[in-house]
Design a protein around this ligand. Structure first.
Ligand code: ASP
Length: 346
């Protein structure tokens, strides 16, 4: 942080549409040097805040996002943690919710804003949504409360007027500017003429705690979406995947699944073999309640863990994180039932 008390924000450019330009031959959008594109945003000079840029050597379309990049982001943030009041990560929209979820677990003890944003149209285009998203994200990342503490000390996504908790967010639209939703947790802030923060909903942190960065993730996980007619051989082969440690089971409604004995048997065997199975709903809103219907109860009896009202992005990255910490099956199960970063409703 600067001695003169001017806020400082580190802008980390990973790639994504926001910084792309159109290839004149193919018409496809390609990543480009963000430093050059940022010239399209002269408004940045008007901020009463220092903005430094860290650009990835090779910006990526976020469909190429990988846990190694999340570790790189954690290294950048932890290495610069004391120099900045907040961090803005420019990221493709496609996997932004995965990155935000992963970072919320990997940055234990975070007391500063990490705001992810991007855009549906490149920042150099006339009708871009990128400028507004970028400018407001910086404003949020540098905002302080009456005591001088960061106003939003958590990992969040800012997009089209709404600041959402990162590990509660999902991309829901591939065309509209309004591309993200957090169905099970209200917005942390809404940007209109003023930015209205909902202070009760923002994470309460102990500002004296220090950041504990975690770099290891274990990707021996899979998402299995149930559907009527799903075959036994498909599931049994999947559960026999070498090295598999955890399955995110996307069930119906409030956490319900078929009651066929072969299905329940397969689950029991997989759990006995040490595989962790977490139940989340295919519905975007609402909570898994395994005690509500007989069909859910069978899963609970088989040893399946509730994913509560988490997003799939959140459950998947939380599992990668806990397995990356070399936790036992029992410890992972316990921690899946404990909110670590406000990721589910208790
Ligand atoms: N494919 C792009 C990406 O996720 C889409 C975007 O940025 O909106 O990188």
């Amino acid at each position: 942080m600067e001695q003169n008390n001017t806020p400082a924000v580190l802008l980390i450019y990973t790639g994504g549409t926001i910084g792309m330009i159109q290839n004149s031959e193919t018409g496809a959008l390609e990543s480009f040097a963000f430093e050059r594109l940022i010239r399209n945003v002269p408004e940045l000079k008007r901020f009463e805040c220092r903005i430094d840029v860290h650009q990835f050597a090779k910006p990526i379309d976020s469909s190429d996002m990988h846990p190694s990049v999340w570790s790189e982001l954690v290294r950048i943030i932890s290495g610069n943690y004391h120099k900045y009041d907040g961090f803005v990560i420019l990221h493709g929209t496609d996997t932004m919710a995965y990155t935000a979820s992963a970072l919320s677990f990997m940055l234990e003890g975070l007391c500063k804003p990490v705001v992810l944003t991007g855009s549906q149209l490149p920042i150099g285009m006339l009708r871009t949504d990128g400028k507004e998203n970028l400018i407001t994200a910086i404003e949020i990342a540098s905002a302080r409360d009456e005591q001088g503490h960061p106003l939003v000390p958590e990992v969040c996504i800012f997009f089209e007027n709404c600041l959402l908790r990162g590990n509660r967010t999902t991309k829901i639209n591939a065309e509209n500017f309004d591309a993200f939703r957090s169905y099970n947790y209200p917005p942390l802030a809404v940007a209109g003429i003023n930015i209205k923060y909902d202070r009760d909903k923002i994470a309460k942190v102990d500002f004296s705690q220090s950041l504990k960065p975690h770099l290891n993730l274990d990707t021996n996980v899979i998402v299995l979406t149930l559907f009527p007619g799903i075959q036994e051989n498909v599931i049994s082969n999947l559960f026999r995947t070498a090295g598999l440690k955890a399955v995110v089971l996307k069930t119906f409604g409030a956490g319900n699944a078929p009651q066929q004995p072969w299905f329940i048997e397969l689950l029991k065997r997989a759990i006995a073999d040490g595989i962790i199975i977490v139940n989340i709903s295919q519905c975007l809103a609402g909570m898994v309640q395994m005690k509500l219907y007989e069909t859910g109860l069978r899963l609970l009896d088989a040893g399946v863990i509730s994913g509560y009202d988490c997003t799939v992005e959140c459950i998947l990255t939380k599992l990668m994180f806990l397995l990356g910490e070399n936790k036992s099956q029992y410890e992972v199960s316990e921690l899946m039932n404990t909110p670590l970063a406000g990721e589910f409703t208790v």
